[in-house]
Design a protein around this ligand. Structure first.
Ligand code: SF4
Length: 334
């Protein structure tokens, strides 16, 4: 529940509004696991809370570690599985969280998209990924990226509640500039997102500079063409005054030609944006191959020459299938 929702609940149950801040403090600062531990609340209120809410824990059923990265497999209360990936950077601990069980967007290069969407994650299940991992590692998560399994904008309302809850100063207090949401390009939701009062970062999974190529690798492009997508992003930049990140997975022979680099530069020239080139992580089930390093560097050089802000993503977690596009929640649950 967001703070405002909790306040409404309290008021409609003849309790004082300020109790909401106390409850939030117990939940997200002191991190208790039951209402009876909230010692500054009356017995009556504790019983009302017990009657209306419950602590729904996720269960970590597997943890895999590689250099600077750990992947967590969670079992949800209905036995569905999701994954989250923790990356240790020099600037802090960044957690990539899932937003859905499976994903319906069907991007051809993505393992997560091979599992059709089973359901959206509840807001609490998204928040819990952070709380449980912080408890497990005994450290604070400093950055959150919503780039795990699922398309966040296909679970928009829960995503928005999630952002509000983790951003709340009196609670988890994650700065909005430390939160990044990624979308494959659900255009109407980009317009909606731009109206939100948060300074959250937006990353667009672009992965191709033309409709012809994007149609082949991202089915969403058949619904929202690149022109429409770019219009929405320009609007987002204008309204939010935020820089947009374009994610670009380098697929051998598909989107990595020097002509693609020039077309990409033409597409985003003049925008407040930067391109993040991602070396593809090959998986056994998908036939795409990774672009060789030399060619990635040439692609990078062309963008640089065209005065486009560009980075090549540092690689994480390829050995434990924790890298971008590899999350699949493969664990067996008996
Ligand atoms: S890349 Fe993202 S949106 Fe596309 S199928 Fe994978 S999880 Fe879904």
């Amino acid at each position: 529940m967001k703070l405002s929702e909790l306040e409404d609940f309290l008021l409609s149950n003849n309790e004082k509004k300020f109790r909401a801040t106390q409850i939030i403090d117990w939940l997200y600062v002191k991190r208790v696991n039951s209402f009876s531990e909230m010692t500054n609340l009356s017995k009556e209120l504790i019983s009302k809370l017990n009657d209306n809410f419950y602590f729904d824990k996720l269960e970590i059923i597997k943890k895999q570690e590689d250099k600077d990265v750990s992947k967590f497999l969670f079992k949800l209360s209905d036995n569905n599985l999701i994954e989250a990936v923790l990356m240790n950077h020099d600037y802090g601990n960044s957690l990539c969280v899932s937003s859905q069980v499976g994903c319906n967007m069907g991007c051809k290069f993505c393992e997560s998209g091979r599992l059709k969407k089973v359901r959206n994650l509840e807001t609490s299940e998204m928040v819990e990924q952070i709380l449980m991992i912080e408890k497990e590692i005994g450290k604070r998560i400093s950055h959150v990226v919503v780039m795990g399994i699922g398309e966040p904008f296909d679970n928009f309302d829960n995503l928005v509640s999630f952002i509000e809850i983790i951003n709340l100063q009196k609670g988890i207090n994650l700065g909005s500039r430390h939160i990044t949401v990624s979308t494959c390009g659900i255009v109407p939701k980009i317009y909606e997102f731009s109206k939100l009062p948060y300074q959250v970062n937006l990353a667009i999974s672009l992965h191709a500079p033309t409709n012809e190529i994007r149609d082949k690798i991202m089915p969403i492009n058949k619904v929202y063409k690149i022109e429409e997508l770019m219009k929405a992003i320009v609007d987002y930049s204008k309204v939010s005054n935020r820089r947009v990140t374009f994610e670009y997975i380098m697929l051998d022979g598909i989107n990595d030609s020097m002509d693609c680099a020039k077309k990409l530069a033409d597409l985003i020239r003049g925008m407040n944006a930067y391109v993040n080139l991602i070396p593809y992580n090959e998986t056994e089930n998908i036939s795409f191959k990774r672009t060789e390093k030399k060619k990635i560097l040439e692609f990078y050089d062309i963008l640089k020459k065209e005065k486009i802000n560009v980075t090549i993503r540092r690689e994480f977690g390829g050995n434990i299938d924790a890298a971008c596009g590899q999350l699949r929640a493969k664990g067996e649950v008996k």
